[in-house]
Design a protein around this ligand. Structure first.
Ligand SMILES: [Zn+2]
Ligand SMILES: [Zn+2]
Length: 75
């Protein structure tokens, strides 16, 4: 599993927006914000790139979300 380098959404930081929770793409390692956030960058990234799996980047959370199957997976 890839871990986020910084605890921030790379896209929100660029635009000065805020986020609720973070997800890390397991294909390219991008850390982006979840669907509870206004910008939903993780979902947009998955749609735009076809990268199927993102893990929670929140401390203590151990699960992955598959955008293809729309299923949560523990690990
Ligand atoms: Zn974001
Ligand atoms: Zn990705």
């Amino acid at each position: 599993m890839k871990l986020q380098k910084k605890h921030q959404c790379d896209e929100c930081v660029k635009t000065g927006d805020t986020w609720v929770h973070l997800r890390t793409c397991q294909t390219c390692g991008a850390t982006l914000c979840c669907d509870s956030s206004d910008n939903q960058h993780a979902s947009k990234h998955a749609m735009a790139t076809g990268h199927p799996v993102a893990i929670s980047a929140e401390p203590g959370e151990q699960w992955a979300w598959c955008y293809v199957d729309e299923q949560i997976v523990g690990y």
